[in-house]
Design a protein around this ligand. Sequence first.
Ligand code: HEC
Length: 102
Amino acid sequence: MQGLTTSIRAAAIAVTMGAVTVPATAASAPPPGATACSGCHGLRDNASSVLPGIYGRDPQEIVTAMAAFHDGTRPATVMNRIAKGFSEDEIRAIAAWLATQK
Ligand code: HEC
């Protein structure tokens, strides 16, 4: 019970922080490309996924990671190619939307 309350609070803080740094375009409808991410990435606490969860996280973390994949400074197997398919604005919109997902 305690753990659940804590994680709900952490999620609320992450979303609140996201609203400060990301344009308020994070409606409930996923922006273009965002639904493709779930083909590989599971939920944040999905123990059955070997990939890092990208949902419900601080949008700035996602934007930073995607930028590094995009310019090749972060080594990757597939994410560098995927990141190249999106503009900075699209990534920001996707990150903002992902942050609202549980
Ligand atoms: C084809 C499978 C696949 C798809 C689709 C995919 N990813 Fe990934 N993602 C990966 C893999 C694999 C990694 C680990 C890095 C690597 O090897 O490329 C990763 C890593 C990441 C990371 C780093 C997370 C961390 O905490 O280290 C982010 C952020 C990310 N992906 C975002 C996205 C977003 C946003 C989308 C949708 C636009 C997406 N991914 C779609 C496979 C995928």
